[in-house]
Write a protein that binds this ligand. Structure first.
Ligand code: UDP
Length: 194
């Protein structure tokens, strides 16, 4: 599918439904992992100023437009993207899919206790996904932490460390997650738990 270059970041030109069916197909084939970036204007501008962050984003399998600002930029560039796909909505969509299909979910990030509270709330909304685990985001971002999370072999790994840390973490450790969907979710656990 087509990508639109927005200040050096290739954003996917996909409708929400097309994007979801590609992700689910790849997840079920178990041939590779799937690294998703929900690119809001802040992320794109951050990448413009930081080569290392830009390199992390360029490892992603999908970069989707999160926010009206990115859609507006695509209009100005004369190649309008069809619709915005909001990161927080996507968390709910994936949890719902995981519940329907019995897949497992890991919440990594936020302050002590928040990821656990958030996953309990998520279970009330989407009862049939499996909890692979939770871990707060202040334990130091060492390889040991990544290995601990990877040992649960989660289908979905939601990383709530905020940008740029969450995408840099996924880029560094995605090789430990050969079959997972990995996505940075910012402050989503705080929202879900509250
Ligand atoms: N966070 C973390 N470890 C850190 C720094 C931040 O787990 O070392 C968490 C923080 O507790 C919050 C999230 O990362 O849950 C960042 O949320 P923010 O709203 O800043 O991100 P945004 O949604 O704006 O990307």
């Amino acid at each position: 599918h087509e990508k639109l270059n927005i200040v050096g970041i290739p954003v996917d030109n996909l409708k929400r439904e097309q994007f979801l069916s590609l992700v689910y197909q790849e997840l079920n084939q178990k041939q590779k992992n799937i690294f998703i970036v929900t690119a809001n204007p802040e992320i794109i501008m951050n990448a413009k100023n930081s080569p290392s962050y830009r390199n992390a984003l360029l490892q992603a399998d999908y970069i989707i437009p999160d926010g009206f600002g990115v859609i507006k930029a695509s209009n100005i560039l004369g190649n309008p993207l069809p619709e915005k796909i909001t990161g927080y909505d996507l968390v709910h969509t994936f949890l719902s899919y995981a519940s329907e299909t019995g897949k497992s979910v890991y919440f990594f990030g936020a302050k002590e206790g928040i990821a656990q509270e958030a996953i309990n709330k998520a279970k009330e909304l989407y009862p049939n996904f499996r909890i692979a685990g939770t871990k707060h985001g202040y334990a130091g971002l060492t390889e040991n932490v990544a290995e601990e999370i990877a040992s649960a072999a989660p289908d979905f790994v939601f990383v709530g460390l905020g940008a740029p840390m969450q995408e840099e973490w996924i880029a560094s450790y995605q090789h430990l997650f050969p079959h997972s969907v990995l996505m940075g979710v910012g402050g989503s656990f705080d929202v879900l738990s509250g």
